[in-house]
Structure formats: structure tokens, C-alpha cells
Design a protein around this ligand. Structure first.
Ligand code: ZN
Length: 416
């Protein structure tokens, strides 16, 4: 009996520590290696297979020979791995010397909730919720809140619908979402900036805003997002519990070629596909909402980082039948984006441009919902700060991404 209750206590303690305490990254490094040959790539993939157990967090997963791989790790793990890397003949570069310093620099201090919403800062979920309520109350003739569901931890997931057109139903509609991976803070911040512009700056953007009904979900993975503010800045997954590990990768959980490849069956992995397709209430209900909207013409799921404008497929390197149009739309978006601040994005299919990943959002919206123009977009940067992009890049990211969406929306209208 004693044994059992001691064990139970230990398990409970680990559980509470894992979920409740603040995890710090003092001295953690982000290290870049560039695999020079196929053997290097295999060695890195083997290391990735141990992620979650070995405390190496892959910020950029191994893809191809010659393409950088970024990994975050403690100084101790770095020392240990440096020796292995040297044996393999790969020499790591330290990109970020102290992860915690960048984490601390990202958070605003003494945010004044009474003041106007500050688009140049990252915000907590409650600040974002207050902004959503406020902006839809301000523009009741154009915007409204829609509720999707309650999350695993019982938070409400809300979106904003912007509808200004007076033309009859069914109008063409467009879906944009941010924050499916909670640690990718630039994603919600960019979506929030664009939404603010569409309403505050409506007169200047009228043709664009009027051309679709917009369904905008700024923070998809609300539970994970709260955890990144309040527990573990590097949290990526949902918060559902699976044995001793927590969380499913919500961008591997969609019911289309689910868990075939480029996803993990290990609940401790950062790319855990879940016990079944749509096991996550958040993913299932967002999918239901998308399926309920008639006439969706565009879908964009915003992520970070590495500056890619990607289209299906993710589950295979084969290209879908609409690829020519999809990629032309991607190129149009990238060109418009680059014209703003000179930021270069690449375009292509998910599996060809990053890696094979099955069960992702854009594959499902394209493959199951026939939304021809479905994209996954990786926002700034290319690794200098990675997930920890400084707040002074929020507005530049918002400005350039908005121009990309404007150009893409027009392209879609002209190339149905
Ligand atoms: Zn992501």
C-alpha cells in the first residue's frame, strides 16, 4: 500500500510540476547545424525521434541535406551533444545564447488595460479577448464575435466575423487563423494587427474588406497560449492529458490522411497526432465551424517561423491538381509581401518546402472541404529569434502580411 501511495504521490507531483510550475530557459541555447550528407540527416532524425525524452527541442526539424536544423537545449545537453556532432563532422553554430533573455524581452510590463490596445506588443489571452469584444462593440455594423467551442480547459474560443458587403448571400468567404501552435506568438499578433486594420482603416481598405466575408480566429489553441504566458513559453500543443504526457499537436490532428507520416504516435512528442483524428475538441469544433460556412474561397493558417507561403499537400510530396493556381497565388502573396519591407518568403507545397506532415489544417480544408486556396504560412523570421521574435517586428510583420493577403484575395477573385 505504502509503495503504491508513494508512487502515486510521485506521479502526482510530476503532474503538478509539469502543468503548474513555471519552466525557465536560463542559459538554454538555440543551435544550428547544417547536415552535409545523408548520414547527418539520418543522425539528426534519430535524435529528433528522442525529442521529449532527451530535452532537445527542434525549432527547425531536419529536412534535407544543406538545409539548416535549429535545436534548443540546455547548456548540459549542448556540451554532451557537441561531442557527438563533432564526431559526425558537423559543427554547430549558436544562434541564441540565452533563450530566457529573449523570453523576458518579449513580455510587456505594466500593460494599461484602460489605454487603447497596443498593436506593437504581444498580449495575454485575456487582453486579446478584451480587444475582441471592444473592437466588435465599436464596429457593430461591420463586425461580430462568433463562439466556436469551449476548449479542453473550458476557455471560450471566439472568432471575429467581418461582413461589410451588401450583396446577397452566399457571399464569398475567407478564413484566417492564428495561434494553432501556441508558442508562435507572431501568428496571433499578426492576425490581430490585420483585423484591426480591416476595421480601423476600413475606408482605405474598403475594396479588399468588402470582397469577402471574413472569419478570423486570432488564437486557435487558447489553452496552449495561456500556458506560454504562464508556465512554459515554449509550449506548442493542446493541453489534453495522455498518460504521463500532455498535449496533442493540433496541426497533426485533422481528419485527412491522419497520422500517416510526419506525425508521431508518442504522446510525449511535440508532433503527437493524438489518439485519433479530431480527438482535440478545439480542432474538431474549428473544423465543424469551417464546414458550416458556405462558399469559403480562401483559408490561411498562420504559423512561425521560416518565411514560407505553403499550399497542400502536406501528407505527400505529390502535388494536388490545383497546384499551379495555388502556387501562383502563393507567389502573388510573396511578391506583395516583399514589396513592403523587403522580407523574402518562399512558396511551394508543404511537403516539398518543409517536410511531409500529415493531418494538417490546410490538407483538410483543401482535401475534405474543397477550399481551393488553402495555405499554411510560416511568418518571420529565418531563425535569428525564431519563436521569440521581438515585439518591434509585430507591426512590420502585420503590414507586409496584410499586403500579401490583399494581393492573394484579389488573385483568388480573378482565378476562381
Ligand atoms: Zn506552427
Amino acid at each position: 500500500m505504502m509503495r503504491v501511495s508513494t508512487l502515486a504521490l510521485v506521479v502526482l507531483t510530476i503532474f503538478v510540476l509539469a502543468r503548474g510550475s513555471e519552466i525557465r530557459y536560463d542559459g538554454y541555447k538555440v543551435v544550428r547545424v547544417v547536415p552535409q550528407k545523408y548520414e547527418h540527416l539520418l543522425a539528426l532524425k534519430a535524435l529528433q525521434g528522442q525529442t521529449g525524452h532527451d530535452k532537445v527541442d527542434f525549432w527547425l526539424a531536419p529536412r534535407q541535406v544543406g538545409v539548416p536544423v535549429d535545436m534548443s537545449m540546455s547548456p548540459e545537453v549542448f556540451q554532451r551533444l557537441y561531442a557527438s556532432f563533432s564526431l559526425w563532422g558537423i559543427f554547430p553554430t549558436v544562434i541564441i545564447d540565452d533563450v530566457q533573455k529573449l523570453i523576458d524581452a518579449q513580455k510587456h510590463v505594466n500593460y494599461d488595460v484602460e489605454a487603447d490596445f497596443d498593436y506593437s506588443q504581444y498580449h495575454t489571452l485575456s487582453e486579446i479577448e478584451a480587444w475582441m469584444k471592444n473592437i466588435t462593440d465599436t464596429y457593430t455594423d461591420k463586425a461580430s464575435l462568433f463562439e466556436i467551442t469551449k476548449s479542453y480547459e473550458a476557455r471560450t474560443i471566439n472568432g471575429i466575423k467581418i461582413s461589410t458587403s451588401t450583396s446577397p448571400d452566399p457571399r464569398p468567404a475567407f478564413w484566417m487563423e492564428g495561434g494553432i501552435h501556441s508558442r508562435e506568438w507572431i501568428s496571433p499578433a499578426t492576425v490581430i494587427y490585420m483585423t484591426g486594420q480591416m476595421l480601423d482603416n476600413y475606408e482605405a481598405l474598403k475594396d479588399f474588406v468588402d470582397s469577402y466575408d471574413w472569419y478570423i480566429l486570432p488564437v486557435f489553441n487558447v489553452d496552449g497560449y495561456v500556458r506560454t504566458w504562464n508556465g512554459d513559453r515554449m509550449w506548442r500543443k493542446t493541453m489534453s492529458v495522455h498518460g504521463i504526457c500532455t498535449g496533442v499537436d493540433p496541426n497533426r490532428n485533422w481528419d485527412f490522411h491522419w497520422n500517416e507520416s510526419g506525425a508521431s504516435s508518442d504522446p510525449c512528442s511535440n508532433t503527437y497526432a493524438g489518439p485519433s483524428a479530431f480527438s482535440e475538441i478545439e480542432v474538431k469544433e474549428v473544423a465543424n465551424k469551417i464546414a458550416s460556412i458556405a462558399n469559403l474561397k480562401g483559408f490561411i493558417d498562420f504559423h512561425s517561423f521560416y518565411q514560407y507561403w505553403m499550399s497542400p499537400w502536406g501528407y505527400t510530396t505529390e502535388l494536388p491538381k490545383d497546384f499551379k493556381d495555388l502556387d501562383e497565388g502563393g507567389k502573388t502573396a510573396c511578391d506583395a509581401l516583399e514589396a513592403v519591407h523587403g522580407t523574402k518568403f518562399e512558396h511551394g507545397s508543404i511537403a516539398n518546402i518543409i517536410y511531409v506532415a500529415s493531418g494538417s489544417s490546410a490538407d483538410w480544408t483543401y482535401g475534405k472541404q474543397d477550399i481551393k486556396y488553402s495555405y499554411g504560412v510560416e511568418l518571420r523570421d529565418t531563425g535569428e529569434h525564431g519563436y521569440l521574435l521581438p515585439a518591434d517586428q509585430i507591426i512590420p510583420s502585420g503590414e507586409e502580411t496584410l499586403q500579401a493577403v490583399i494581393a492573394l484575395a484579389k488573385f483568388i477573385t480573378n482565378n476562381p
